[in-house]
Design a protein around this ligand. Structure first.
Ligand code: DOR
Length: 428
């Protein structure tokens, strides 16, 4: 029997759907869920005991580094890290070299993702040419080849008029702009959150206001243009309140938070370890509490990793010169489940259903039901494991969680009907 016609059964897990959580076996044939029921038989049987089955996780914010920085990550190594983290789709951030501001680069990224075959690689497009904040990218041609999310991530679009024009193009095409909220005039030379720790360390601080000013401005521009706006990696209590108010007003805004902004504090930088340097910076306990509240009340729609690999020799520099960013894909479920008390449905909501909708991915975030595409993750909230930077599939090892104990782990990932992760091991 060829692998295309082989049937796969996941046995003994609880299915997590928006309307119900229930125990049942799932059988997959030819990339489709063919049966959901009791005592199903198959050519390959995967043990789901003690686990949940949901649609695969979808990461709205992954830096795959290819083309341009393959020493840090490739589309293949990043896709493998994603699959191990239970992801069946990742949105590839555009700060590659060349940047994803043109059709050829976008198609290259998508093709390399298909070749890797470990998850759906969804290229984002830039908002402006070269992410320089001046000239608009060719929105019509990028939208024609299927780009639905545009961002200059790594940079915020500083000029309000450029942003207004980009939003007008986005509204016309029905696509979404995702903003990295940072007023760069307020973050010049900054290495960490502008608070008590930063003052005691004598390093330049990054004020919350640098993020909130841009969130505030962009909400006003959404009101003006009617375009859909997604706020990347929110990190401050004030940002959460601004988005909450915008949603209450009925504006088409969505937002994400990273696992690290939900779990790590600015004080972790007291030892000057660049592993904790990230943009936006780690903040305070009050910010974390509000980010958690925002996730619980639906102000924040999704958890997104901002998986940002950096090769050892670049990251291991003094705090002021080390690049910002940390790995996220392989630890996301464990961090989220350890830092927050969420039900299985809430986890699936913020890690699969909502991000699939925000990125407009028809094959992702679907219910576990007959006839649906087999993009599936099997995971639990009970396994306790210790993160080791030596065990990661990413080409880089800049995880801030090395040596930490997490609860909750991915057991199997099925992408496009193929088992890509079995018993926590990547199959290719
Ligand atoms: O910490 C970060 N690293 N934040 C970003 O916005 C960009 C990212 C990167 O590309 O390394």
């Amino acid at each position: 029997m060829s692998s295309a016609t082989q049937s796969i059964v996941i046995r003994g897990a609880q299915i997590v759907n928006p309307d119900a959580v229930f125990l049942a076996d799932v059988r997959i044939v030819n990339g489709i869920i063919e049966a959901v029921g009791e005592n199903l038989q198959g050519d390959l049987v995967l043990d789901g005991t003690g686990c949940y089955i949901s649609s695969g996780f979808v990461d709205l914010h992954t830096h795959l580094r290819e083309p341009g920085k393959e020493e840090a990550e490739t589309i293949e190594s990043g896709s493998r890290a994603a699959a191990l983290g239970g992801y069946t789709a990742v949105v590839a951030m555009p700060n590659t070299d060349p940047a994803q501001d043109n059709v050829a680069t976008v198609l290259f990224v998508r093709e390399r993702g298909i070749e890797a075959g470990l998850c759906e690689v969804v290229p984002s497009g830039c908002i402006t040419v070269g992410r320089l904040g001046r000239e608009l990218v060719p929105y019509d041609s990028l939208s024609r080849v299927g780009v639905t999310l545009f961002t200059d991530d790594g940079n915020g679009v500083q000029d309000a008029h450029v942003m207004q024009r980009a939003l007008t193009a986005a509204a016309r095409l029905g696509v979404t702009l995702a903003q990295h909220c940072e007023v760069s005039a307020l973050t010049e030379g900054a290495v960490m959150h502008d608070g008590a720790c930063c003052s005691s360390m004598g390093v330049p601080g990054w004020p919350s206001e640098a993020e909130e000013q841009m969130v505030r401005r962009d909400i006003a521009l959404v009101r003006l243009t009617g375009a859909k706006m997604h706020f990347l990696h929110l990190s401050t209590a004030g940002s959460v309140q601004l988005v909450r108010d915008a949603k209450a007003e009925g504006l088409p805004v969505t937002a994400e938070v990273t696992p690290h902004h939900l779990s790590l504090l600015d004080e972790m930088l007291l030892g000057f370890d660049p592993i904790f340097k990230v943009n936006p910076p780690l903040r305070t306990a009050e910010d974390i509490a509000e980010l958690k509240r925002g996730l619980a009340d639906g102000t924040i729609d999704a958890v997104a990793t901002d998986h940002a690999p950096h090769a050892g020799h670049t990251k291991e520099q003094p705090l002021d010169t080390a690049p910002p960013g940390m790995l996220g894909l392989e630890t996301a479920l464990g961090v989220v489940n350890t830092a927050l008390t969420l039900t299985a449905q809430q986890i699936a909501q913020v890690m699969s259903w909502a991000p699939a909708r925000i990125a407009s991915l028809p094959q992702q975030g679907r219910p576990i039901a007959v006839g649906e595409p087999a993009n599936i993750s099997v995971w639990n909230t009970t396994d306790v494991w210790t993160v080791s930077r030596h065990d990661l599939a990413s080409r880089s090892n800049n995880t801030p969680y090395h040596g930490m104990e997490l609860r909750g782990r991915v057991r199997h990932t099925i992408y496009n009907g193929q088992v890509v992760v079995q018993e926590g091991k990547a199959l290719k």
